[in-house]
Design a protein around this ligand. Structure first.
Ligand code: COA
Length: 260
């Protein structure tokens, strides 16, 4: 892996932990974090030894406290359009073929919440707080928040969060379905790694196809979704992992998946 300035990437077996590392700015997303995060995801995408990525924030206080507001001051409509024409962490995560878990360890605000929403599973500590506070800056969420939040928690709940900018606590986020699990701060990492390792032990191609099929469900109608699922299901039958998985079941042993 390359060395980065504003992020770190650590390999733990088949799990890669990508940490946004600007704790003095509560891990706010500046252009360097986006560029480095996109580059790191490119590396991790091509690394067949990595099955799952966990994204978190450095320090005890924040996952990510949003876009770096200091960069907003000099932005114009055209520069903002150009920013979104470059690869962002949001769209790199959206198209990333392997499962990504957001391990939310504190403030998860604005672009931070949008980044978590672009991941596949969100797990948080009890002291986490979530919001889309853009309205307080006189703007709207621009990293997918109006769309992904509504899909995940429902339009009414998303609308209230986005219109008020108010923070919700971890328990409310859990009730809304914004996070799958809430753990104490002490337990968060171990529980998240356990889940990540479990997923990373599964057949890599099937994981990728599961992700593609499930993500398609919020972007299509039922008929198109069922057709896509049937096609992806059929593709599984071309893999060595499918042959191994079925043989292992019949021979009453653990499968050894190779990602082929
Ligand atoms: N962009 C840039 N810098 C940020 C930031 C952001 N989104 N969020 C926090 N920081 C910086 C602060 O400016 C401060 O830097 P400084 O020490 O150089 O002054 C540092 O991080 C610590 O934050 P601070 O505000 O002192 O911590 P706090 O505990 O008093 O408050 C928050 C925490 C999260 C409530 C507060 O930082 C906040 O409201 N941040 C902005 C959240 C936001 O609106 N995000 C959406 C942007 S679209």
């Amino acid at each position: 892996m390359s060395e980065y300035n504003s992020i770190t990437v650590e390999r733990r077996g088949r799990v890669a932990v990508l940490t946004i590392n600007r704790p003095d700015k509560l891990n706010a997303l500046n252009s360097e974090v986006h560029a480095e995060g996109v580059a790191a995801l490119d590396e991790l995408r091509d690394d067949s030894d990595v099955g799952v990525v966990v994204i978190t924030g450095a320090g005890e206080k924040a996952f990510i406290a949003g876009a770096d507001i200091s960069e907003f001051a000099g932005e114009t409509p055209m520069s903002q359009r150009t920013n979104f024409q470059r690869p962002t962490l949001f769209n790199s995560l959206d198209t990333f073929p392997k499962p990504v878990i957001a391990m939310v360890n504190g403030f998860c605000l604005g672009g931070g919440n949008e980044l978590a929403l672009a991941c596949d599973i969100r797990i948080c500590s009890e002291r986490s707080k979530f919001s889309q506070p853009e309205i307080n800056l006189g703007i709207i969420p621009g990293g997918g928040g109006t769309q992904r939040l509504s899909h995940l928690v429902g339009e009414g709940r998303a609308m209230e969060m986005i219109l008020t900018g108010d923070m919700i606590d971890a328990e409310t986020a859990h009730r809304f379905g914004l996070v799958n699990h809430v753990y104490s701060a002490e337990e968060l990492e171990a529980k998240t790694m356990k889940l990540a390792e479990k997923i990373a032990s599964k057949a890599p191609i099937a994981l990728q196809l599961c992700k593609e099929a499930v993500k398609f469900s919020s972007r299509s109608n039922l008929d198109e979704g069922l057709r896509r699922e049937a096609d992806l299901f059929a593709i599984c039958f071309s893999t060595e992992d499918k042959a191994e998985g079925v043989a292992a079941f019949l021979e009453k042993r653990k499968p050894e998946f190779k990602g082929r």
